[in-house]
Write a protein that binds this ligand. Structure first.
Ligand code: EPZ
Length: 437
């Protein structure tokens, strides 16, 4: 049975962003009950790219229906794969033949993580042509480490006319790749490329994110020989070919953390279900330091009301440190805490776009270089605000949920990139949130 591949509302014929691009939120509604977490966007993206490594079908369960995933699935169809979203929600991808080993500009410009096909296309076909992903609102986002890594595996890479062309006509060769800086998709890209290289590859200073581990588990199911995923040293023994597999994507730890913060900020008793608490242990630890009451089981976390939170400092780091993708949401939490919180963003150079918007709601935040200084508690009031990027948008939703009065959030298509049906999930739990024109 096949349904629409994307499962998302159709865009208008000229592909303009659909209207209905605002949220209206009335704050101070307590939440209750269980809120389920969807599959991880950042694990699904490399998993979809990995399907290019075999001509056999791969079935992925728990792939969230969000804009970035729709873009990635569209890219794989462009490459020549057949892609179907089954009615049970699973995605079936069969890259029997790759007719276009390319990621064109008009796809990459909307979703830079499409550069994740660079390694798989080079490994499978010996050639890859990927539009240089432009920067985005949170930073320059270069992919020099991906390119250096592929060159270490024997590819020749050159860049012209806005495209990166990698070629390895005689296949890739195993080697040691030392990342001068930890990169999540760089680690994933190279792990996929090395899976089909001749010989052994060692990735040193590799990313340790749960999404890297999840990708390794999929590749191993496909016949890859990988050890050390989750540590900073990953070893891959290349194989001749990979075969089809079936895999369930891990829960989205960033969505889980976002929902948890929503529960604590609204002083509610909610249970975030279908998650893996250890994947966001650093957030849980910080929230407890701030005085939040969060109780975890193997697959869920429960929040309980508390009278007052106290400010704590936080610094974003690579996993298992505090995730940069939860920085904006944690900052929203700190606006309601008593004291001064120093929040340092070490991963991206411009990830404070939510600050002026939170300030419009009455938050007291000062930026000094890589640090945001949050003085609280502030009583937030509803306001008209603008979403700028995926996680900044989430922090504005959180602010609006506790603000006195009504907020209108504009450009919520940013939210649609990475949060599956977020307004439905929050409304289901008691929030007054609706999507409007
Ligand atoms: C992944 O991006 C995530 N995206 C990001 O989530 C996340 O914020 C980021 O990792 C950090 O955890 C996906 O997994 C699809 P990096 P990625 O390479 O891999 C620099 C979200 O909101 N760098 O780990 O692109 C880079 O500029 C998104 O879901 C280089 O200099 O991030 C950054 O400063 C946002 N050269 C740092 O390293 C390179 O070749 C970490 O980037 C690659 C990266």
């Amino acid at each position: 049975m096949q349904g629409r591949v994307t499962g998302l509302p159709k865009r208008s014929s000229n592909n303009q962003k659909t209207r209905m691009d605002k949220f209206r939120i009335t704050g101070r509604q307590p939440l209750s009950g269980e809120i389920p977490v969807s599959g991880s966007k950042n694990s699904s993206l490399p998993a979809i790219a990995a399907c290019l490594l075999t001509e056999e079908p791969v079935i992925l369960h728990r792939v969230p229906q969000v804009r970035d995933i729709a873009t990635m699935l569209k890219l794989l169809e462009y490459n020549g794969a057949s892609v179907t979203r089954r009615l049970d929600g699973a995605v079936r991808i069969e890259a029997a033949r790759i007719t276009k080993p390319e990621a064109p500009y008009d796809i990459v410009k909307t979703m830079r993580a499409s550069s994740l096909v660079l390694g798989p296309l080079a490994a499978r076909t010996g050639v890859a042509r990927v539009s240089v992903p432009g920067g985005c609102s949170i930073g320059a986002r270069p992919i020099n480490l991906h390119i250096n890594g592929l060159e270490h595996l024997g590819a020749t890479v050159h860049q012209e006319h806005g495209y990166i062309e990698a070629s390895a006509p005689n296949g890739l060769r195993g080697n040691t790749v030392h990342f001068e800086r930890i990169t999540v998709t760089g680690t994933e890209d190279l792990m996929m490329a090395a899976a089909l290289a001749k010989g052994t590859t060692v990735l040193e200073n590799a990313a340790r994110e749960p999404e890297v581990v999840d990708l390794a588990e999929l590749l191993i199911k496909m016949g890859a020989h990988i050890s050390g995923a989750g540590s900073s040293r990953i070893q891959i023994e290349g194989v001749e070919r990979l075969h089809g597999a079936e895999h369930t994507i891990i829960p989205d730890r960033i969505e889980a953390g976002t929902l948890l913060i929503a529960g604590v900020m609204t002083n509610s008793d909610i249970v975030v279900t279908g998650c893996v608490p250890e994947h966001f242990a650093s957030l849980l630890s910080k929230m407890r330091q701030a005085g939040a009451r969060v109780e975890e089981s193997a697959t869920a976390v429960e929040t309980r009301p508390v009278t007052r939170l106290r400010s704590v400092d936080m610094t974003t780091e690579e996993h298992p440190g505090f995730a940069t993708d939860l920085q904006a949401q944690f900052m929203a939490l700190m606006t309601g805490a008593a004291g001064i919180s120093f929040i340092t963003e070490n991963i991206f150079e411009n990830r404070f776009m939510h600050v002026p918007e939170l300030a419009r709601m009455g938050a007291n935040i000062r930026i000094e270089g890589r640090q945001a200084i949050v003085a609280g508690p502030s009583e937030l009031t509803g306001a008209q605000v603008m979403c700028s990027d995926l996680r900044a948008s989430a922090s504005l939703v959180l602010g609006a949920l506790v603000a006195r009065g009504e907020s209108i959030l504009d450009r919520v298509y940013h939210m649609d990139r990475g949060y599956e049906k977020i307004e439905e999930k929050l409304a289901q739990a008691g929030a007054r949130i609706e999507r409007i024109g």
